[in-house]
Design a protein around this ligand. Structure first.
Ligand SMILES: [Zn+2]
Length: 213
């Protein structure tokens, strides 16, 4: 914690992302939100049952990700041959065709990063639940913020859609089970990022381990 003369500790301050005004953080009641008094942008919220909600949603997100990578996203028929396109198939094919660097980058961005992110997120929520791992959760939350920047599974879905549009007329295309699992995964992932933000998890961490600021 860094202190300046006559100033509260930095983690009691919050900067408005829209107008860059500095505010002092106050403790909110359940389901309340704090707004910037200059530009009325929402600064932070206090969730009802963040612990239970975060755990339930992260487990659901993990399950949808496993479903999204286990079955066909789309099935394509070209010259009478049906090909199942699964999430791992995309980078396994790149490896088979000796595109090692591209294969590694793609597998990292669309598979390993989103999987690792959601596994760690769930693990952090579990540690909060059993009130263990004070230091471990601190390190993992910092790691999650780094990992967040590398998750590009949304871009992958958009590129699949673009490829499908281009294939219309040339091939028979059937949407597979994993396509919908992938859509649900992305929606849950966006909810986790935009609503149950990492900043809220830091506040939850203080509460869970009874850190008084
Ligand atoms: Zn503002």
């Amino acid at each position: 914690m860094i202190y300046f003369m006559n100033m509260p500790p930095l983690d009691k301050l919050i900067i408005c992302p829209r107008c860059h005004t500095l505010h002092r953080k106050i403790r909110l009641k359940d389901a309340d939100a704090a707004y910037c008094d200059v530009c009325e942008n929402m600064l932070y919220t206090r969730h009802e049952n963040l612990l239970d909600k975060g755990l339930a949603i992260s487990v659901a997100t993990l399950i949808t990700f496993i479903m999204a990578s286990s079955f066909a996203i789309v099935r394509i028929e070209i010259n009478g041959i049906w090909q199942d396109l699964t999430l791992p198939f995309v980078f396994v094919t790149l490896f088979k065709e000796d595109f090692w660097v591209v294969g590694l980058i793609v597998s990292f961005l669309i598979f390993f990063v989103p999987l690792l992110y959601i596994v760690i997120y769930t693990f952090v929520m579990l540690l909060f639940r059993i009130r263990r791992g004070y230091e471990t959760t601190r390190r993992l939350l910092i790691f999650l913020a780094e990992l967040r920047k590398w998750n590009m599974v949304e871009i992958f879905l958009i590129s699949v859609l673009v490829a499908l549009v281009k294939l219309i007329g040339y091939a028979e295309i059937v949407i597979g089970t994993s396509f919908w699992a992938l859509v649900v995964f992305i929606l849950l992932d966006i909810y986790l990022t935009k609503r149950l933000r990492l900043a809220d998890l830091w506040d939850l961490r203080d509460e869970v381990y009874h850190v008084h600021r």
